[in-house]
Design a protein around this ligand. Sequence first.
Ligand SMILES: Cc1ncc(COP(=O)(O)O)c(C=O)c1O
Length: 365
Amino acid sequence: MAKDLFRRQVAQFRPYVPGKPIEEVRREYGLEEIEKLASNENQLGPSPKAIEAVQKAALEMNLYPEATAIDLKRALAAKLGVKEENLVIGNGGEELLQIIAQVFINDGDQIITGYPSFNIYVTTCSLMGAEVISVPFKDGNYDLEAMLAAVTDKTKLIYLCNPNNPTATFIDRPTLDSFLARVPEDVVVVLDEAYYEFARVNPDYPAESIARLVARPNTVILRTFSKVCGIAGVRVGYVISSEEIAGNMNKIKLTFDVNRLAQAAALAALDDEAHIERTVAQNYRSLQAMQACFDELGLHYYPSAANFIWVELPRHSKEVFEAMLRQGVIVRPGYLWGWENWMRVSTGTDAQTARFTEVLKDVLK
Ligand SMILES: Cc1ncc(COP(=O)(O)O)c(C=O)c1O
């Protein structure tokens, strides 16, 4: 009998559907100008300080990167008020999510997530043999009571994306605290705060997550340099957790996962407060214009605390997505999450936002 060549869980995987590359869209539709508002990137570009640091670091590309990213780790620890031992630096948040699954999941363990949310929680844990409980969102946000009710002796991890991708809604302070107080101590809560810097300007956002980690060590906070710092292309993210969890994650990381250019870019971007402020201000300006457009069109949406917004369409999202694509605006259609009539659109510059609203109005008229 032929042996199974692949890990059992691999057979159940569906490949990720990436957005069309801009070049391909340009060629296929004969368009000059394309606006990609599909991946929650920073449309103001990278921090200028990061560009300069990468140019300098490029001269030493012949050398392996510093394995522990020590300069970046020190700077982050000082900024966050934690110990270096509480940190794990990774090749983007995605790598860290993969390590989280590898470090915690044994065959048959259970994880609980909300739905729709960031799909990588499900893929990374399923691959390790976890049973996934996906609890549908209620009124655009986590149904935390249903998630608590789903906890069993087998529950290892609970994922909360705050603010959530794709809905851009957040769990507010009292709701999060009441939830955390009721989760058994031996269940690890992963707080994905990839959009932290955008969300923290909302007074009800539970921005003091590090204090929650002190009170509840089995908590993992995930953040990234990809979004507000605008360096998604070089890949740096980090985890803040207990020394025990961070230590175990660091133990299984690949030695040189965070490359030399990435370390330099992140270190420089970390201190570029002016770029971060500009980015956050532009984000909320773009959101305001988008929301005004949705109001005008009578579309239902949830107020956003991130650099994208989730809006309900009067038609199937594939149809709207394709019609917008033909006019050079790329969005993320909700059917990819199984939410057929919804769409996620990332914020942009004033010009990009104006183009998006103009094309949307034209497509829906
Ligand atoms: C909710 C969430 N978490 C984590 C990430 C991972 O980001 P990165 O791997 O670029 O650090 C993303 C990226 O889109 C995200 O939306």
